[in-house]
Design a protein around this ligand. Structure first.
Ligand code: SAH
Length: 350
C-alpha cells in the first residue's frame, strides 16, 4: 500500500509516510492492529499500572480546584488508546466534590477501532469525540495527552551549508529507501535550527503537533483550564528519532509498514514556541510522579497485595519512575493560563 502511494507520486515526505502507515483507512496501524498491552506491540504507562491514571486524575482535579472549580468544564484526552487512562482518571476523581457533576468528557481519536474500545472502557460516562481542537466547547478545558504527540507525523530535513533539504521516501526497483528533495525548503521554523546544528545534521519538525499545541494554548488562555503532555523526547530534538516497533521489539521502518508502530521523539521546545498560554518547565516523568505522591500511593496499594501480585506492583512502580526505565526518557510539561498559578509538580525552584 505504501509502495503504491510512493510509486504513484514523486516520493513521499517522511510525514506523509508516517501518516499513511499509522492512519490509512484500510491499512493504517492504529486502524487495523492490536496495538496495546502485554500481547500488543507496546505497553504505555496507564497499561503498566492504575497508579499513573490516578496521579494524572488528581493533578487535573487539583488544577480545577486551584482555578476555583469552573462549571461546566471539558475533560479532554488526546489519543486515548484503549481508554485505560481516562477510566483510571474517572475512578480517581469520583470523590472530588463537584468534579464529575461539572465535567464533560471529550476525546480526540482518529481510529474507529480504538473509539469502540474507548466506549467499552468508559461505560458509565457521558463521552463524546471531536475531530479537531477548534470543536471544543467554549468552556475551560483540562486535558491530558500521553504518548499522543509522538504518534503525529514529523517532517525531516537535512542541513547542507545553511540550507535545509527535506528527506523523502522513494521507491527504487520496488524497494523503499530514503532520498532527499532536490529543492531547499523555505519553512521558517528551520531558520532557528541553524544556531544549534552543523552541516549534515538532521532535524525533525512536527507541524501537526505544533498546530495542535497552539490551538490548545489559545483555548486555555481564552477559557482557562490546563493540560499535561507526557511523552518521550527532549527539550530540543536532534537527528533522526523515528522508530518502528513490532511485538515490543524495534524493527526497520520499512520492515512492516502499517503493521509496526511508528513514533518520533517529541521536541518540547518546538511544541511550546509561540503558544498563547504559559508552559511549565520540562520535568522527567519519574520526578513528576514522585512529587505527586506515587510512592505513598504505591505503599497503600502494596498493603493489599502479596506474592506475585506484590512483585508485579513493585516492578510497575519502578518501571514508571526509575531513571533506567521510563523515569527519565519520558518527560512531562504542562500548559496553563498566564493568569493562573504554576500547577502542582512544576512549582519548585530549579
Ligand atoms: N494515550 C494512550 C495511547 C497512546 S498511542 C496510552 O497512553 O495508552 C496514540 C494514540 O493516539 C492512539 O489512540 C492513536 O489512535 C491516536 N492517534 C494517533 N494519531 C492521531 C491523530 N492524528 N489524531 C487523533 N488521534 C490520533
Amino acid at each position: 500500500m505504501i509502495l503504491k502511494s510512493v510509486t504513484e507520486t514523486d516520493g513521499l515526505s517522511i510525514a506523509q509516510f508516517m501518516q499513511t502507515c499509522l492512519l490509512d483507512i484500510d491499512h493504517g496501524y492504529y486502524r487495523t492492529q492490536k496495538v496495546f498491552g502485554a500481547r500488543g506491540d507496546f505497553v504505555t504507562a496507564p497499561e503498566i499500572s492504575q497508579m499513573f491514571g490516578e496521579i494524572v486524575g488528581l493533578w487535573l482535579a487539583q488544577c480545577w480546584i486551584a482555578q476555583e472549580r469552573p462549571t461546566p468544564f471539558t475533560l479532554l484526552e488526546l489519543g486515548p488508546g484503549r481508554g485505560t487512562l481516562m477510566a483510571d482518571i474517572f475512578r480517581a476523581t469520583a470523590k472530588v466534590a463537584g468534579f464529575h457533576e461539572a465535567m464533560q468528557i471529550v476525546l480526540v481519536e482518529a481510529s474507529e477501532q480504538l473509539r469502540s474500545l474507548q466506549k467499552k472502557s468508559l461505560p458509565s460516562a457521558e463521552v463524546s469525540w471531536i475531530e479537531k481542537i477548534s470543536q471544543l466547547p467554549e468552556q475551560p478545558v483540562f486535558f491530558v495527552a500521553n504518548e499522543f504527540f509522538d504518534a503525529l507525523p514529523v517532517h525531516q530535513f537535512q542541513r547542507q551549508n545553511d540550507k535545509w533539504f527535506e528527506r523523502q521516501i522513494i521507491s527504487q526497483k520496488g524497494e523503499l529507501s530514503i532520498g532527499i528533495c532536490p529543492h531547499a525548503s523555505d519553512l521558517t521554523q528551520l531558520q532557528r535550527r541553524i544556531a544549534d546544528t552543523s552541516d549534515g545534521d538532521i532535524v525533525e519538525i512536527n507541524l501537526m503537533a505544533q498546530k495542535m499545541a497552539k490551538a490548545l494554548s489559545k483555548h486555555i488562555e481564552t477559557f482557562s483550564g490546563s493540560g499535561l503532555i507526557v511523552d518521550y523526547g527532549d527539550w530540543v530534538s536532534l537527528g533522526d528519532t523515528i522508530q518502528a516497533v513490532k511485538d515490543q521489539k524495534q524493527v526497520d521502518i520499512f520492515a512492516a509498514p502499517g503493521k509496526s508502530d511508528l513514533t518520533a521523539h517529541v521536541d518540547f521546545a518546538a511544541l511550546v514556541t509561540d503558544i498563547a498560554c504559559k508552559h511549565s518547565r520540562l520535568v522527567p516523568q519519574g520526578l513528576f510522579l514522585e512529587r505527586l505522591g506515587i510512592t505513598q500511593r504505591a505503599n497503600t496499594l502494596a498493603a493489599y497485595l502479596k506474592g506475585e501480585a506484590l512483585q508485579m506492583h513493585i516492578a510497575a512502580h519502578r518501571r514508571l519512575t526509575h531513571p533506567d526505565q521510563m523515569g527519565s526518557l519520558f518527560k512531562v510539561i504542562s500548559l496553563y493560563p498566564t493568569y493562573s498559578p504554576t500547577p502542582a509538580g512544576f512549582d519548585y525552584a530549579a
